[in-house]
Design a protein around this ligand. Structure first.
Ligand SMILES: [Zn+2]
Length: 335
């Protein structure tokens, strides 16, 4: 167990047994992405394809996942706390509970009515990542980065950021188009998150960030969660990353943006038997791998010694592991 708090910026595992594994693996808490802007575990490819370009069913699936999270947290073991206010993180830590920040990978759950955000807030949602691979009513996604007609952040996106700032919800620009990210940084009055990414000049994938974007996130006081997925760590498909490659990404982003911008966004999504098969089929990602030795939270402690070996001090590793996320939570969440 590490002697420091660990907070993950991006993860999809949300069963009671997943939270238990996280806790044993030394994780204090995480932003769990309840659903994604594509129906990743749709029962059939047809249903997945239909949902891809529509809003059908996303709000309901999001509500179902959030309700389920509250069921897990309300279980008799009382070992999971859904974070509504910053002080809940401290309470969770003192009482040996795993802290969960309810979030979502994509804005389709918000529909198109700004007033709906209040309902989500009341239900406990504290984070929205604006985009996945496709555009939505909030703004352009990474897949449109070279489309000269794409709008960046839309007017609805702008209002949503202001409302999220007012309420104490975390804005996440991972997967957004560079223009959307630029617009979001201009509109927001609070630090923002880029939850699962890396340095694009050493791994050329649209989800990763150019050096000027890394610096802009640092200027905002935001956090970039470093991804553990092989193809994003290395910038190529069909490859197997090692822990050293993840450490290289951490080092790169820290060198460009400073130590205060670096966090961890492993994006673990595999290991739920009910979801793995449809997810890999629907998204055509068979052969998807995470860095060897970091395949899930039970292996997270494998990262600490290589960070020491790369020259990071104990204080710097604390910031990377959770200190910077904790600062973001303090700056953004209510109370
Ligand atoms: Zn993602």
């Amino acid at each position: 167990m590490p002697s420091f708090p660990v907070y993950l910026a991006h993860d999809h595992m949300q069963r009671a047994e997943d939270f238990a594994q996280d806790f044993v693996g030394g994780v204090s808490g995480k932003i769990v992405h309840l659903t994604v802007d594509s129906w990743i575990d749709a029962p059939t490819q047809d249903e997945y394809d239909h949902a891809y370009d529509s809003y059908d069913g996303f709000r309901d699936r999001g509500l179902g996942a959030l309700a389920n999270l509250h069921v897990v947290a309300g279980g008799p073991a009382n070992n999971v706390r859904v974070v509504r206010e910053f002080r809940d993180l401290e309470t969770a830590q003192h009482s040996g509970q795993f802290a969960v920040i309810a979030g979502n990978e994509g804005g389709k759950i918000l529909g198109s009515d700004p007033d709906l955000l209040d309902t989500w807030f009341q239900l406990g949602l504290r984070h929205v990542q604006f985009n996945w691979a496709m555009p939505n009513k909030l703004g352009a996604s990474q897949d449109q980065e070279n489309d000269p007609t794409q709008p960046g952040l839309t007017e609805f996106g702008r209002i949503t950021i202001e409302n999220m700032n007012d309420r104490g919800m975390i804005v996440d620009v991972s997967h957004s188009a560079p223009q959307t990210i630029l617009d979001a940084l201009e509109v927001t009055s609070k630090p923002i998150l880029n939850s699962h990414s890396g340095g694009r000049s050493i791994a050329d994938k649209p989800q990763n960030l150019f050096d000027d974007q890394i610096r802009a996130m640092a200027d905002n006081g935001g956090v970039i969660g470093i991804h553990f997925c092989s193809r994003l760590v290395l910038g190529a498909n069909g490859v197997q990353a090692e822990i050293a490659d993840v450490v290289k990404q951490v080092r790169y982003v820290a060198d460009v943006g400073g130590i205060d911008v670096v966090g961890l966004g492993p994006d673990w999504v595999l290991g739920d038997p009910a979801r793995d098969e449809p997810y890999l089929r629907n998204t055509n990602q068979k052969g998807l791998t995470w860095a060897k030795g970091l395949k899930d939270s039970s292996e997270l402690s494998n990262l600490w010694d290589p960070l020491v070996g790369a020259g990071f001090t104990a204080a710097e590793i604390e910031k990377i592991a959770g200190g910077n996320m904790l600062r973001l939570f303090r700056d953004v969440l209510p109370g």
